[in-house]
Structure formats: C-alpha cells, structure tokens
Write a protein that binds this ligand. Structure first.
Ligand SMILES: [Zn+2]
Length: 437
C-alpha cells in the first residue's frame, strides 16, 4: 500500500470517528407562520420542491419550524417572501446545535443516574435502545403477575422488538377493553418512547389510578422502530425511517422505509414517495417492513376488544384523528370529543413553555394528506378511537439550549401526557361499554 493511500485511509478513518453530525453543516431551521389555507397549500408545494423537513408542523395560526438544506435555503427564502409567508431563522447551523445536544444529553444522563441511585431510567432521559429493552425485561421479571414482555420479532438489523402486556387477569378476561400505545416509530422522535415507558411505570411500579388496571388490559410498545431509533445515536441524528434494504435497487444506497407509510391502507397513494432516498418512502410493498408487521399483528390479534390506539410522534402539540385523506370518518364527533378531553387535560397540567394542544383531523390540520399510516390502519380495522399525538416543543427558544427538545423537558412531557391518557382511557372505556351493551 502506498504512503498516499495509507494517508488517505487514515484521514477517512479519522473523519468517520470524529466527525459527528457533519452532514448537517450549514443546515438551517426556520420559524414559519401561515396565515391562510392558500399559504398552507403553497407550503406543501415548497416542502416537496425543496425537500423541506418539519421539526414542528406549522398549522394555521401557529408557528412551526422547518428544516432546510443549504442548497435550497436561498430559493426557499425567495419563494416564501414572494408568497408573503412569514419566516425567520430558528437556528443557523444545525450541526453545531446537534453537537451541543450531545453534550447536554451526556450531562443529563449523569444527573438522571445520580437521581435514581445508579439506575438508567428510560422515562427520565433519552436512552439507547438497550437501556429501554433492559427496563422492559426488568418489569417483566419483577412484576410477573401483571406484566408480560413479548419479544415480537427481530428488527431488520436483528434487534428485539419488545412490547409489554399489562393485565390483572392475564389477558384472559375477554370483557375488558384494551388500550394500545406505541412510540418510536420514527427514529429521530426520541421524545416519543418516554411517555410509553412512563405509562408502564405508572401501571406497574407506581400505581395511582387503580381503576385503569381493573378496567383495562394494556399493550405498550415503546420503540416500534429500534433500528432507526438506535441509528440516531450512532450515525444520523435526524434519521426517521427503518434501516432495511427492502430489495429495491436503490435501497443499499438509501436505507430504510417510513414505517408510518408502510401500512396496507391506501398504501402509497398520498403523502409518500417512491424513492428509497426520500424520508417518506413507502417501501416496495405494503408491510414490507417487519417493524410495521409487528404493529399490524398486535392490532389484528386484539382488535375485537381494543378501545383505543395511540401513537406518539413529535413535534407539534396536537392530537390527530383519521382519515389521512382529510375525509371525516363516521364517528368523527366521538373522535374529536375524546381527543379534546385528552388535550384539555394535558393543557391543564402543562407549562408555559409549551404551546397548548390543538385537536383535528390529521390531513386538514397539517395540510398534508397521508396514506399507509398506522392510525388509519388501526381505525379501518375496527379500533373505534385511533389517535396520533404529536408531543410538544417549547414555544420560544431564545436562549435555545437543547435543539431537539432539551432532555430537561422529558419528565414534564411524561407527566402531562399521562394525565391526558388517564382521562382518555376512561372516556374510551365508557364509549366502548355503551357500544358493547
Ligand atoms: Zn413521527
């Protein structure tokens, strides 16, 4: 090997080891404010034209935050100006902020561990997948009378996909309605698993609402997409999809499928992409992904007594209900009623830093139709209440500490979301009883 080649190899290796978040040098995020339906539509066009990503979904009368790549920033700004869409810079170099996030997280994890006597708790910090799985195993081993851990399948990269079944009657009482909650379907949405593990904690380790255990059986899947989730720690902080190579010719170059577009309900008809390089790639066929199949199988196995399905995502402080096409389903009034009860309860327990929760149909609210998503699939299968909850992002971040939700907010998100789930479950239980009597 020549000296030059060896030198090049060395440089490349050092680059890989030391250069974290390099791909986000010069990326910017913008606050964007929309004043009309026309602007909402225009933004949808700009989003696909300039490969724009939403950190916080802008909706009418509420500012959102959009991520724009360096090569599109100038054109995006020009067009936004021409369309009179108000924008201002949120952060001007995302890489720098992601580096800072890493430092904050290290510090936060140490503090969290000190607080809990050396334990690494999945609802108290952003933890890697092994820590979350260890916690689930611990729950199953320590509380075998109420909690059973299911190793549903292995992810594409071979990680166990685990969920917990919680029941005081060993899931044998067929008259009990089931509440099913998942998180972590999109890798980068690290705030979505903690409210699920917090729910486990509140149903098993620290029970303050006994009725929720007596009335319901629970299925809790904290990380639906373990590969994508772990990928955000090792390789790419803003990774959204799974990590599979699904036999598409380009899939070895551009990994992964958007799991929340991979379900077999009007699959790949709206809000998706055919390109494996896109963040909303729907896959080569419905349920091409083992991770989506796990969610599907839970739904099929339990739909006959499932009262409510909740899927956590981020960010936006909103509760969304079907259909992804923007059409309203038969029990839209009921969906809206339960979503509102949950939202109001969360708002009551929230903090001034967070915006108030809004409630609405997923497509009408965000201005984006989607297809092949889990919420629609569950609802179509027969789960009477199916919601996507987009967790909060702080309103004003002038002193901007953490970029992707400072870990200091995790506890607050868990607590306030749980309050919403308590009233939501009770309401869902009442409606389910009425229907089955
Ligand atoms: Zn998501």
């Amino acid at each position: 090997m020549s000296v030059t080649i060896r030198l090049l190899l060395f440089v490349a290796l050092v680059g890989i080891v030391s250069g974290k978040h390099e791909e986000y040098i010069g990326w910017k995020s913008y606050y964007v404010e929309l004043k009309s339906q026309t602007q909402l539509k225009t933004l949808r066009t700009l989003t696909s034209k300039y490969e724009i990503d939403a950190l916080v979904h802008p909706i009418l009368d509420r500012e959102g935050i959009l991520i724009v790549k360096p090569e599109h920033q100038k054109a995006f700004e020009q067009e936004a100006k021409a369309e009179e869409i108000a924008y201002r810079i949120h952060v001007d170099d995302i890489k720098r902020h992601l580096d800072h996030d890493d430092r904050i997280l290290q510090k936060h994890r140490r503090k969290s561990m000190n607080r809990s006597g050396g334990r690494r708790l999945p609802y108290d910090s952003y933890q890697e997948i092994e820590v979350i799985n260890d916690y689930l195993d611990y729950i199953g081993e320590t509380y075998p009378n109420v909690a059973k851990v299911v190793d549903a399948a292995n992810s594409f990269e071979g990680r166990p996909i685990k969920y917990v079944k919680i029941s005081t009657t060993n899931f044998e009482d067929e008259s009990k309605p089931i509440i099913y909650i998942d998180g972590g379907m999109h890798g980068r949405e690290r705030i979505s698993p903690p409210p699920v593990t917090w729910a486990i904690h509140k149903l098993v380790e620290n029970v303050t609402e006994k009725d929720l255990l007596e009335r319901f059986d629970w299925i809790l899947l904290p990380v639906a997409n373990p590969d994508g989730y772990q990928f955000t720690f090792t390789t790419n902080r803003l990774w959204r999809k799974s990590c599979s190579n699904d036999q598409h010719l380009l899939s070895t170059v551009c990994l992964g499928v958007d799991l929340n577009r991979n379900f077999d309900f009007y699959w790949n008809t709206a809000g998706t992409s055919d390109s494996p390089c896109s963040d909303t790639y729907a896959g080569s066929k419905p349920f091409s992904e083992v991770e989506a199949r796990v969610v599907r199988d839970i739904l099929h196995e339990n739909v006959h007594r499932m009262a409510m399905y909740v899927s956590f995502h981020s960010f936006g402080s909103m509760i969304l209900y079907p259909w992804g096409s923007g059409h309203l389903p038969p029990n839209a009034v009921e969906l809206r009623e339960v979503a509102t009860v949950i939202a109001e309860e969360i708002n009551k327990h929230s903090i001034p830093d967070f915006p108030r929760y809004f409630v609405g149909n997923s497509a009408l609210m965000i201005g984006n139709e989607v297809s092949g998503d889990a919420e629609d699939y569950a609802y179509n299968l027969g789960v009477p209440l199916a919601f996507t909850i987009k967790l909060p992002y702080p309103k004003v971040t002038s002193s901007l500490e953490g970029y992707l939700l400072d870990p200091m907010y995790i506890g607050q998100v868990c607590r306030e979301t749980w309050e919403g789930l308590i009233v939501g479950a009770r309401k869902a239980g009442d409606l389910f009883k009425d229907k089955n009597n």
